[in-house]
Ligand binder design. Structure first.
Ligand code: OGA
Ligand code: MN
Length: 216
């Protein structure tokens, strides 16, 4: 598994420190993109994906006016998932070293946006819970272009509802987007074709008096 090179890693850390997000075309190795796509396509065919919800644990709801996606969580059992975990460890170690974030573990899910699928502007971390610190999105289609829709719109921290996005990312295969989960608003524009990807969130260790996070 080819780990991202040092130049790439320091560019990511610089981007996150200065603007809060970093778009990295082709960061995911091709073999890994391919293996993850195969798994996602197989799961999708088995309808092993559920309509995604929004909101905190316990207030979970499926709101189709905000989000139309199907997701399935990683359970770490397949070789593609294991390879992704090994690959993402390199990123985690580098971000912890350069930005002193104390990232601990990552939750990951596959996400399929069917034609007509979208996700309105949102933040990935729910207010108050410092559970998701860095978001990672990776794109798994075989190829993609602007005409298919499904661009990822990104705003700077603190942008108002009226502000235009600072970037519109075309979800090309192997591209990886990293964002500060609590700060960077983003949205998935309506897609015209089935859009394949994964989304992961690194969390900090929240072990405390009444809670011990497992070392998974
Ligand atoms: C998400 C998300 C963006 C994308 O899953 O929270 O914002 O481009 N995904 O798929
Ligand atoms: Mn998001």
């Amino acid at each position: 598994m080819t780990a991202p090179g040092e130049n790439r890693l320091s560019a990511i850390a610089d981007d996150l420190a200065t603007k809060g997000w970093s778009w990295q075309p082709g960061l995911l190795p091709e073999t890994l993109t391919h293996a993850l796509r195969e798994e996602l396509v197989a799961r999708d065919a088995e309808a092993d994906l559920e309509a995604a919800g929004i909101g905190r644990e316990g207030e979970f709801q499926v709101d189709r006016s905000i989000r139309r996606t199907r997701i399935t969580w990683f359970d770490g059992t397949t070789s593609a998932q294991k390879d992704f975990q090994i690959w993402s460890e390199g990123l985690r170690a580098s971000l912890n070293r350069d930005l002193m974030l104390g990232l601990f573990d990552m939750e990951v899910c596959f996400a399929v946006y069917p034609p007509g699928g979208f996700y309105d502007r949102h933040l990935d971390s729910f207010a108050g819970a410092r559970n998701r610190v860095i978001s990672l999105v990776a794109y798994l289609n075989e190829d993609w272009d602007e005409a298919r829709g499904g661009a990822l719109a990104v705003w700077n921290e603190g942008a108002s509802d009226e502000d235009a996005p600072v970037a519109r990312i075309i979800p090309e295969p192997g591209g990886v987007m990293l964002m500060l989960s609590e700060a960077i608003p983003h949205a998935v524009e309506v897609t015209r074709e089935k859009r394949l990807g994964l989304a992961g969130w690194w969390r900090v260790n929240q072990s405390g008096m009444d809670r011990i996070d497992p070392l998974s």
